[in-house]
Design a protein around this ligand. Structure first.
Ligand SMILES: NC(=O)c1ccc[n+]([C@@H]2O[C@H](COP(=O)([O-])OP(=O)(O)OC[C@H]3O[C@@H](n4cnc5c(N)ncnc54)[C@H](OP(=O)(O)O)[C@@H]3O)[C@@H](O)[C@H]2O)c1
Length: 286
């Protein structure tokens, strides 16, 4: 067993769950963020023999009290052992039509994906500094390239990219490294949740708005269904997270999946107008 612990936020499902299970299976003790005791129990059951390396940690990253309590619990659990890393994984994906999007949607998206990352990191930073630990933020290829109808999500991940780069440069002199993991599509619950959101959106729109954005809404539905089908496994992302946490020379960013690599390549090669014309064409075809 290694000497230090890792905290993973949002470990009930998807990528966070895969990270917690992978690290625990390697003998690395994990404090796994969950929002209910039931989710903690299910995670322990899934860990099998590795369950001795897993401790569910109640943590809602949008709640200041919950973050403060979790930070205290982490310090108590560690009992002087080092905090090797924090994986800021908890996230939601909100999209819609910017013309009709209420402030509350932007706020909710940023509360979880941006302020959740900032506040959780700050709360655990004394332990990370003491251990020269690492911060691994689960961003997205959507933090490098934006697409239509997912404005809040992309904006939140662009913010995570900037926060991570700034943090890395600020803390590097003190031995703390910060990295972004940038997956393309991953097969997780997030896409089913996004589908529910599109249904809600359609119910709320006026008939004129529905008519005007018919193609866009169909594209959103197509995008979420497609991502859910063709995505890589959550464990493929967890593998890169493991590298970012444990490799002697971690990278600043980890693109995951062929789609993510191709998108970045085309985005880099093509003039913006051409790239966006292709995105528009793909969107119109959906
Ligand atoms: N799936 C993809 O294609 C993809 C691609 C690129 C990046 N990502 C990123 O990967 C991360 C994980 O997403 P996923 O795909 O694994 O989705 P997921 O299966 O829906 O998992 C999201 C996790 O975040 C937790 N969470 C949500 N709100 C929270 C809050 N306020 N406090 C604490 N935990 C909260 C959820 O907990 P509950 O179960 O309690 O809601 C869940 O454990 C996200 O940051 C996402 O943006 C995903």
């Amino acid at each position: 067993m290694t000497t230090g612990w890792v905290v993973v936020t949002g470990a009930s499902t998807g990528i966070g769950r895969a990270c917690a299970l992978r690290l625990a299976a390697r003998g690395i003790p994990v404090l796994a963020g969950v929002r209910s005791d039931g989710d903690g129990q299910r995670l322990l059951e899934a860990a099998g023999e590795a369950k001795d390396c897993l401790v569910p940690l109640r943590l809602d990253v949008t709640d200041a009290t919950s973050i403060a309590q979790a930070a205290t619990e982490v310090a108590e659990r560690l009992d002087g052992a080092p905090l090797l890393g924090l994986v800021n994984n908890a996230g939601i994906a909100l999209g819609g039509l910017q013309e009709f999007m209420p402030h509350a949607v932007w706020q909710r998206q940023f509360d979880v994906n941006v302020f959740g990352v900032i506040n959780t990191t700050r709360a655990l930073l004394p332990l990370l500094l003491a251990a020269k630990g690492r911060v691994v933020n689960i961003s997205s290829v959507g933090g490098i390239i934006a697409s239509p109808f997912m404005g809040p999500y992309h904006a939140s991940k662009f913010a995570v990219e900037a926060i991570t780069a700034g943090l890395r440069m600020e803390l590097r002199p003190f031995g703390v490294w910060a990295a972004c993991v940038e997956p393309g599509a991953v097969k997780t619950e997030i896409w089913r949740k996004a589908d529910t959101l599109i249904d809600e959106l359609k119910r709320e729109l006026s008939p004129e708005a529905l008519q005007r954005y018919r193609a866009g809404l169909a594209a959103m539905e197509h995008f979420t269904a497609d991502a859910a089908k063709r995505g890589v496994s959550p464990d493929a992302v967890a593998k890169r997270v493991e590298h970012a946490l444990l490799a002697p020379r971690p990278r600043a960013r980890y693109l995951v999946g062929t789609d993510a690599h191709l998108m970045v390549l085309f985005h880099w090669l093509l003039p913006t107008r051409w790239f966006e014309a292709i995105v528009a064409k793909l969107t119109a075809r959906a």
